[in-house]
Design a protein around this ligand. Structure first.
Ligand code: SAM
Length: 287
């Protein structure tokens, strides 16, 4: 299919032809604006040297254009009823491979080894909004598997990711992303760019992995601290850690945490939501 699918008429035609109704349970909102897709591909700086992992190709609107820009495109799609559609819409795209599976159950390291000789992949996706956070956390937990992650998310999630200490949106996701990359907001996208229209505005975020971590830390301790701090957000950090946190069999006491906080000139009653990434990093080393 040579025609660009990312347009209202072409998308409606394909949906009708195959009797497809966008499935809410899979977060299906298909992009119908080719300029938005080009903006995503430009922000990700996709070249022929790149192997791209696309999460959720849907009916193939973004995949078509990725196929033209990249060396190889590996797609992971959960909804097997889209198989006949993609056979038609991607029939000219020889460099595209579709894996029919759940991204949350996919071994990403294996994809990197099998399709890109172990070199980092670039992730590009219009993410299903119902699982945005688990998908992002799964990607961010992988070491050296991705050089960049460029994704469409709900605007509210993009704001959360880019927020800092003191803001009510600040949380474990913001810190996990900020440890990986300096998040860049590429554009805001209105509901009119999708069929069906989502009920919220969307944003494209581009995360280009730091070559070196931005802070020195004990990674395992730092992320365990972050989880404990934000699982019990209303508690002081010392209480949250002494109640909800043990590592390698060691249970930290309130005194351990208070002592470490004092060395950082922080109050014993400080909450985790007041600490920056650099402060969580320093605390992980002190503990
Ligand atoms: N990329 C297409 C586009 O931009 O038009 C579709 C984007 S739609 C927002 C999200 C896609 O992710 C859907 O195709 C949906 O079936 C797929 N999806 C949802 N959950 C998934 C999962 N756990 N693993 C893989 N794909 C999933």
């Amino acid at each position: 299919m040579r025609e660009i699918l990312a347009a209202p008429g072409a998308t409606r035609y394909i949906l009708e032809k195959y009797g497809i109704r966008a499935r809410k349970k899979y977060g299906q909102n298909f992009l119908i604006d080719a300029n938005v897709i080009r903006g995503i591909i430009d922000a990700a700086q996709i070249t022929e040297d790149d192997c791209v992992l696309e999460i959720g190709p849907g009916i193939g609107s973004m995949t078509q254009l990725l196929s033209r820009a990249a060396g190889k495109v590996i797609c992971v799609e959960i909804d097997e009823s889209l198989q006949p559609v993609l056979e038609e819409t991607l029939e000219d795209c020889d460099n595209v491979r579709i894996l029919w599976q759940d991204i949350l159950k996919t071994d990403l390291k294996e994809i990197c080894e099998e399709y890109n000789g172990g070199k980092p992949l670039k992730v590009v996706a219009n993410l299903p909004y119902y699982v945005t956070t688990p998908i992002l956390m799964q990607l961010l937990e992988q070491d050296h598997v991705f050089s960049s992650i460029t994704v469409m998310v709900q605007k509210e999630v993009a704001d959360r990711i880019r927020s800092g200490p003191g803001s009510k949106e600040y949380g474990a996701l913001s810190l996990a992303v900020q440890y990986f990359a300096d998040p860049e907001a590429v554009m805001t996208v209105s509901p009119a760019s999708f069929i069906p229209r989502p009920g919220v505005d969307s944003s494209v975020l581009c995360l280009k992995a730091y070559e070196q971590p931005p802070v020195e830390c004990d990674e395992t301790v730092m992320f365990a601290l972050i989880r404990a701090a934000f699982n019990q957000r209303r508690k002081t950090l010392a209480n949250a850690v002494s109640h909800g946190f043990s590592l390698n069999g060691k249970q930290y006491t309130r005194e351990d945490v208070t002592e470490a906080l004092a060395k950082m000139n922080l109050s014993p009653t400080v909450r985790g939501e007041a600490l920056s990434l650099a402060q969580f990093a320093q605390l992980s080393l002190l503990l």
